[in-house]
Structures are given as structure tokens and as C-alpha cells.
Write a protein of this length. Structure first.
Length: 78
């Protein structure tokens, strides 16, 4: 069963486009959108299981330069 999550991302000022480009290149990232409100970017990610999703967030997304905070919201399939 595939695991899916929405990752809410806060960025440093002026880094949105650079981070969107970097996220778009990562395997497992299905979509990336710049949004308004308390977060700057929302990414939809998928992995083979919850551990894969967690590894993608902590190992590949959070270390990107310019990301100051992430919140991961796991989605349940219907």
C-alpha cells in the first residue's frame, strides 16, 4: 500500500522558486505548489510505506537550503 502525505513548508525569504525546483527533482514528490498563508509551499509526496515517506521528509526535504520548517500531514486512502 502506498503512503501519501502533504508537506507544509516554510522557507527563508526569497527562496521559494529555488526550493520548488529542488523538490520537483526528488523521487517521490508528486506535486509542489507555492501557496499563501502561514506556509510558503505545499508538496504532495508518496512512498511505498510510512517509513519511506518519513525518510523522504527527514533525509531529502528538510536538509534543503532555505527550508526553515516543515509539517507533515499523512493522508489516509479512501
Amino acid at each position: 500500500m502506498t503512503a501519501k502525505a502533504f508537506v507544509l513548508i516554510e522557507t527563508a525569504v526569497g527562496r521559494n522558486k529555488e526550493i520548488v525546483a529542488a523538490l520537483s527533482r526528488l523521487e517521490g514528490v508528486k506535486s509542489v505548489d507555492i501557496v499563501t498563508g502561514p506556509y510558503d509551499i505545499v508538496a504532495v509526496i508518496e512512498g511505498g510505506n510510512l517509513n519511506d515517506v518519513g525518510d523522504l521528509v527527514t533525509g531529502k526535504i528538510q536538509p534543503l537550503a532555505g527550508i526553515t520548517r516543515t509539517v507533515t500531514c499523512l493522508a489516509t486512502g479512501q
